[in-house]
Design a protein around this ligand. Sequence first.
Ligand code: SF4
Length: 429
Amino acid sequence: MNEYDSNRIYDLTSTIGFDKTDKKEEAECFVLNTCHIRDKATEKVYDEIGRFKKIFRNKKKPLVIVSGCVAQAESSEMIKREPFIDMVIGPQSYHKITDLILNYERKKEKVNETEFEVVEKFDKLTKISNTQNKVVSYITIQEGCDKFCHFCVVPYTRGPEYSRPFQQVIDEAKNLINKGSKEIILLGQNVNAYSYNNKYKLSSLIRELNSFKNLKRIRFMTSHPKDMTDDLINCYRDCEKLMPCLHLPVQSGSNKILLSMNRKHDKEYYFSIINKLKKINKEIKISSDFIVGYPGESEKDFNETIDLVKKIGFVNSYSFTFSPRPGTPAAKKTTSNIEENDKRLKKLQNILENFQLINNKKYLNKHVEVLVENKLNNQEKYFGRTKYMTPVILQDDNCKVGDLVKVKIMSFNQKNLFGIYKNNNEAAA
Ligand code: SF4
């Protein structure tokens, strides 16, 4: 979502004459768009600003803006702590960036703009063309979250759930497809909670996109198990462009820990969703997120997570040890033994990586469908992805960026497939 936001910040600032530069030392305005999900996010922002400050030690200072979730969480504290920062702008206020810059140029007063004005934001963004022209494009359809998992900062930094108007999303998709996008990834912190006017749901958007001739692939992320309703599950049966790979975070395999996390689902419910999906579409594969060492996690709880992983056999997952986020209920709990947590994480990651390796091995000497996303720098090689998001490096100069091709897989490692393309005809979707 930050990539989507960063592109839109660029689209906005370009309307008042700004252009991108790779040369930091030449910048007149520096926007650091931040994410608060990862550990020590705030300190990393100050470190980055410190590095940037050094470049301008003997030069005229550029306008320095911190946007995104760290700006939201830290607010005016950032300007007090680091005077090199001129503005902080929250993720729901960045549509105002052009006015704020023009005002700053007149008044030279520091700015803290961290209101939740999400409706106004998307109304403004709709009027500014989305300049992404990539094969794979993102569209934010939903923001914020009402679930309040005890470890997560999103409800505090992105605010309550908001869904964009159905037609606004469809118009943005049509515009991107006209510019050459072949794959659309619908984004939201809780994307499957999308609901507009009690009439349109995520399944409505998917079904509409599925009917667009020049679009080849549809994905969405990130979903909550509680919002995997039957109408959405049925899209995996009816919509051939919806890729059979679902990212569905479970976080833990222990009901005791899931309750303590306030996840609002237990492992039995999670299994029931996976069973429904697999019944409806045999091709479907699942990826997930895991938190290891959540406060109160015993050896037994951890082993239940391992059992769940072995039963489901995830294709690709993200796993971390618990680290507290300031302001969340879990931050007040006592963290368990750090050494033990590191050992547990290693054990879990070994199992997850082994699943990835076994899965990739299955493709050896077989043809897989790949959407070619770009040509690799200075090489006669291309980069693309399978239906399951697995990166593929392919050789051949017959294919074109944006083609859907059948690639023969010649070798693999845990993360990537390597293959050759020997057919000029596009693969069937
Ligand atoms: S559902 Fe996701 S975004 Fe919402 S609070 Fe939980 S982890 Fe955070």
